[in-house]
Design a protein. Structure first.
Length: 433
């Protein structure tokens, strides 16, 4: 969908002072198509030309309680009068830490400002705690924009080599080659390869970091027992198990993936839904490991960590989540998934619908179940992206990138689901026939 005149004029202004007119590469959709937002309201997003979209991107996931949620803006407004940054602990911060621990079952937490910072923090703690330096990550998993994990996030296939021994590929230029020496990357959901790599490398392995479901690959789910197997190997070989809950946390269950999949991390990373879109993140875990953070031991800090605005937003968001708001998210997602199935079954085109209802994904593929990145990579992404384009024109906005699942908020209504499914049926007819 081409942008309207107001979006286009603002985009042209932006492109003069910001590369590609955006502040994140993922937001650039082409010179003629990059929209500029006017506002968000509940489940809706309005662009500068007053086109309304049912928003299933939700800013790449965080806005699980809907845009401009009253209870959150009110608590933030109240907090604003006390000032924001003090480089001192504030009461909101303590309250949020208590709520995170209660909801997720972790013992202690430290705050950060983004998911990227939270995974960086967890990795540093794991390295310090174990005295080892390597990390094992899975192909297709994304853990933020730092150089430590920007390897094999979505490598070209073919190009990334044999799946039993993938070639490490950095995500673009500027990432020091030497950091690749500290990364082992293997396919998700393959117990045999996992065991082999752990047995070969455990003396150097500080952490296994996992997206508990591949939320950056259309929500590929872990096979039953896979996360338990990682837990077992980590216990056996003294490796820190880091669960990156940046997408799943406070979305797929109150206690995130740890609750949903009944698995316990040593360290878990949170961001996105924690602040319903306000910039706040955290990492935390067992007291035994987290209590090692401190002066002359393990470094952690940041001028803005625990700032009042972010903490007030998280405080209000966690109250709403604790009160059961995610039930609505789940119910809406289930409606969409059932509706997609009805529409797609009529086409005869092979597809998979996967993921939890709070962040479901669709892949056009011959696989019966996608279990790893390479399954997603072999899918038909053009068809998916053309359907999304057709949805945009009908006022429904999931992300165009076929790696992104649809993100649901508690502000999405049954009426929105009807609208979105009618649009989906029309879009599928237009693209597939
Ligand atoms: C699983 C996961 N981890 C980490 C990050 C990085 O978070 P942020 O963009 O807040 O730095 C993301 C972002 O999408 C993510 O999906």
């Amino acid at each position: 969908m081409n942008s309207g005149p107001k979006s286009r004029a603002l985009f042209n202004r932006a492109a003069k002072v910001m590369p590609r007119g955006v502040t994140s590469n993922f937001r650039y959709w082409g010179d003629d198509a990059t929209l500029v937002v006017k506002k968000g309201e509940g489940a809706y997003l309005y662009d500068q030309d007053d086109n309304r979209f049912i928003d299933y991107r939700l800013g790449f996931g965080p806005v699980v309680l809907g845009h401009a949620r009253k209870e959150i803006t009110e608590r933030v407004s109240q907090a604003l009068s006390m000032g924001n940054t003090f480089a001192m602990t504030n009461e909101y911060e303590i309250s949020v830490a208590e709520k995170i621990c209660k909801l997720t079952g972790i013992d202690m937490v430290r705050f950060a400002n983004s998911g990227t910072e939270s995974t960086m923090g967890a990795i540093r703690v794991a390295r310090a705690y174990t005295g080892r330096e390597k990390i094992l990550k899975f192909e297709g998993a994304y853990h933020g924009f730092h150089d430590y994990t920007l390897w094999n996030c979505y490598p070209p296939i073919p190009g990334a080599g044999y799946r039993r021994n993938p070639i490490l590929i950095p995500q673009g230029s500027g990432i020091p080659r030497c950091l690749g020496d500290l990364v082992i990357s293997i396919p998700f959901n393959d117990v045999e390869i996992l065991e082999r790599k752990v047995k070969e490398n455990w003396q150097d392995l500080a952490a296994i970091i996992v997206e508990p479901l591949l939320g950056n690959q259309a929500s590929i789910m872990p096979l039953p027992g896979f996360l338990d197997h990682i837990r077992k190997l980590c216990d056996e070989y003294g490796i820190v198990f880091i669960i990156d809950e940046v997408k799943t946390g406070f979305r797929i269950a109150k206690g995130g993936a740890q609750e949903y999949f009944k698995v316990k991390a040593d360290l878990a990373c949170y961001a996105k839904c924690l602040g319903n879109g306000f910039p706040v993140a955290a990492f935390g875990g067992t007291k035994k490991i987290m209590d090692e953070i401190g002066p002359l031991k393990i470094a952690h800090g940041g001028t803005y960590t625990g700032n009042v605005v972010a903490m007030a937003a998280a405080d209000a968001a966690l109250d709403l989540i604790a009160a059961g708001e995610l039930d609505k998210v789940d119910a809406h997602g289930k409606l969409l998934m059932a509706g997609w199935k009805q529409v797609l079954d009529k086409t005869g085109v092979p597809y998979v619908i996967q993921g939890p209802a709070a962040m479901p994904g669709i892949v056009f593929t011959n696989e019966k179940v996608c279990t790893e990145y390479r399954h997603w990579a072999a899918g038909d992404h053009d068809t998916y992206e053309n359907i999304i384009e057709a949805l945009f024109r009908r006022g429904v906005m999931p992300d165009k990138d076929s790696r992104e699942p649809w993100f649901i908020s508690s502000a999405h209504t049954d009426k929105d689901a009807d609208f979105a499914l009618t649009a989906f049926e029309e879009a599928v007819k237009e693209v597939i026939g």
